[in-house]
Design a protein around this ligand. Sequence first.
Ligand code: GLV
Ligand code: GLV
Length: 328
Amino acid sequence: TRPQVYITRRIPERAFEVLREHAEIKVWDSDLPVPREILLKEVADADGLLCLLTEKVDAELLNAAPRLKVVSNMAVGFDNIDVAECTRRGIPVGNTPGVLTEATADLTWALLLAAARRIREAIDYVREGRWITWGPMLLLGQDVYGATIGIIGMGRIGTAVARRAKGFNMRILYHDVRRNEAAEAELGAVFVDMDTLLRESDFITIHTDLNPSTYRLINREAFAKMKPTAVLVNAARGPIVDTEALYEALKEGRIFAAALDVTDPEPLPADHPLLQLPNCMVVPHIGSATVTTRNRMAEIAALNVLAGLRGERLPYCVNPEVYERAAG
Ligand code: GLV
Ligand code: GLV
């Protein structure tokens, strides 16, 4: 009998093309997340799980899925998954790095430019019929060209953001848990401590993963160090920024603006105070949302499932130690 795969949402067709011949596929065929109690039932006979960052994969789920051989997240981030618990049970976990790097860097830049030049306010201004003349003092923003960018997390996405910054003739600072010598050599990026990055950057962009050491990394103390003209862009994970501290900083004009692709809580309710602030722009976690990128993510997620079902090494595995364990 063919292995069973459960897919937790309507995703690009490419995933089905990859898996169809090799597995029985069951899908939560909706644009909304599968309810937890249904997910827990559906995984009971699943050999493979293709899930999204909206599904919590924890001990409870794994207990409900005794046959599970592979967990494949259609995302690069995997903070929704208890990876240690998967490893302990010998289950490899896959993600989709690489293919979404450029799309996410593009979105970061869309947010950076829009926040610097107050595009959200400017669009509202026209729509509200307030545009009656050219104004020498109207909607003045911040220069991007030649400014200093501070990149927190110089991985694939951070480096792709820096590459774009080079075209804007920017001074590039970065902070990470490790040096990125390739980015230093290619882009002239300068490694600095967090304090220096916060104090000297005109634009601060976040591209780290979410883990205990990055949780609320951007807190009240961090905002206090930023320039009053600073623009913050978060295209990583919401909880890296302390939402309450961000609200205060924006409200009191301690920084110039913020643009967020991710929030805490996420989704952000429509009546959240952050959305009342003119200098805050929020988009609904669309960093990788291009047709081509989502097709590639679906394909890689499916290839990870397929490898897992066959007992082969996943092409993109976040817990390769699972194989040492099995061998050892
Ligand atoms: C999206 O946020 C991802 O991690 O791919
Ligand atoms: C994730 O893709 C990263 O390395 O930035």
